[in-house]
Design a protein around this ligand. Structure first.
Ligand code: BEZ
Length: 403
């Protein structure tokens, strides 16, 4: 069934979720110039308060909805508990950038006094809020934003990620695209912010190492580009034989539809990391997306028993196929479940961060994974193809991509 049809169905956006919410006294102490904070609900028993920072508005709002659904599903499957503790969720709007997200994150930490936060779609936001989390010693379990440094050179005790690093799905795709395109050049085009730049960087590194040539490169203003025609003209004039791009959410819909309308889809194959054709974006793109090949660590038809069960339950519950955003958020709940379950004593940010460091394998719909030393999932990437399925569309797994 198509998600446009399903979109008419309204799932309540839960700000405070789950039974048995109790107000718990908050203790604040000062120590060595940095605030050592005890989370509300951070005692030995009672509900644990968690923050959810996802876009409820802007270009990436549909991704935020999928992330909420993934987290909610995990909670529902575990009687509303993580680590045996009831959970109270406080959801705030990430919006389109740090200008919205930083005050929202500050509210979660200082006013709501949550024990940990999950979510964050945009790399620009992730880069803008991590100091806040590190300084206040509140763990941030990122369930989308891929900014490379956060689990690379700038990795830290309080930042964890259940999704991917931006360069990874693109680097995994470079050799395949080089092989497909042969001597023809590839035009690279992406949203002009950290994620787009890192995605293209990851792609170009392995693409060029495999003999591929870049025929042109362009970055489009993020969140402001509705008309891609001038860029499509430049692609056509470049003589490229294929296009590699990074777009997600509403920008992915506009780019793919205009690529088709302009006539390029029949001339130049379009490649991308899987965000281009994911979830609601794919439903809105419709036939314009058919045949597009992407690289990602998840697809609804991935063949493993956990995904078989998860994918069926998710479709029953939300009447749509699960997405990578929902899976990363489902897995964020799973790692918090592991961490909270292993804490013997008060639930503080320090205790959660230490427990995340001891987390074992995650039995995920994407296949079993675990954190790397810098807190990023170690996982497999797959070649996917957009195909028709019933009266809708899907990203079908073609095969594993080699490292
Ligand atoms: C990012 O900003 O990191 C991002 C946003 C949407 C999809 C993938 C990555």
């Amino acid at each position: 069934m198509s998600r446009q049809v399903r979109a008419g169905r309204i799932f309540p956006r839960r700000v405070l979720v789950l039974a048995g919410l109790v107000a718990v006294a908050t203790t604040v102490a000062a120590c060595g110039g940095s605030a050592v904070r005890e989370a509300e609900g951070g005692g030995d028993e009672g509900p644990v308060k968690l923050g959810v920072l996802v876009p409820l508005s802007g270009v990436y709002a549909p991704l935020g909805e999928d992330m909420n659904q993934g987290f909610d599903l995990y909670l529902d499957e575990h009687d509303g508990k993580l680590g045996g503790r009831e959970v109270e969720l406080v959801t705030v709007d990430e919006g389109e950038g740090p200008q919205t997200a930083v005050p929202a994150a500050e509210k979660l930490i200082r006013q709501d006094r949550v024990a940990a936060v999950t979510g964050v779609v945009s790399s620009a936001v992730a880069l803008g809020v991590t100091d806040l989390f590190n300084e206040s010693k509140v763990p941030l379990v990122i369930s989308n934003a891929g900014a490379d440094d956060l689990t690379g050179e700038a990795s830290s005790d309080y930042v964890w990620r259940t999704s991917f690093a931006n360069s990874e799905p693109n680097a995994a795709f470079g050799p395949y695209v080089a092989d497909q395109v042969g001597d023809g050049g590839v035009y690279v085009i992406a949203a002009d912010y950290a994620a787009g730049k890192e995605a293209m960087g990851g792609f170009k590194e392995t693409f060029e190492a495999a003999g591929g040539k870049v025929a042109g490169e362009q970055y489009t203003p993020f969140g402001e580009t509705q008309d891609f025609q001038p860029y499509l003209n430049a692609i056509q004039r470049s003589g490229a034989e294929a296009v590699y791009c990074f777009y997600a959410g509403a920008e992915a819909v506009a780019f793919v539809k205009q690529y088709k309308q302009f006539g390029l889809a029949d001339e130049l194959p379009l490649y991308s990391a899987g965000f281009l054709t994911e979830g609601g974006a794919l439903d809105a793109q419709g036939d314009a997306a058919l045949g597009i090949n992407t690289s990602l660590h998840y697809a609804p038809d991935l063949d493993n028993p956990t995904n078989e069960r998860f994918s069926a339950t998710y479709q029953d519950r939300f009447d749509e196929e699960p997405t990578t955003y929902a899976v990363a958020s489902y897995d964020a709940a799973a790692v918090l479940d592991q961490a909270l379950g292993s804490i013997d004593g008060a639930v503080t940010g320090e205790a959660i961060a230490a427990a995340l460091g001891e987390a074992g394998e995650v039995d995920s719909p994407r296949g079993t994974w675990r954190f790397s030393e810098t807190h990023n999932p170690i996982q497999t990437y797959y070649l996917r193809e957009v195909r028709k399925q019933g009266d809708g569309y899907t990203n079908a797994v073609v095969r594993e991509l080699e490292g």
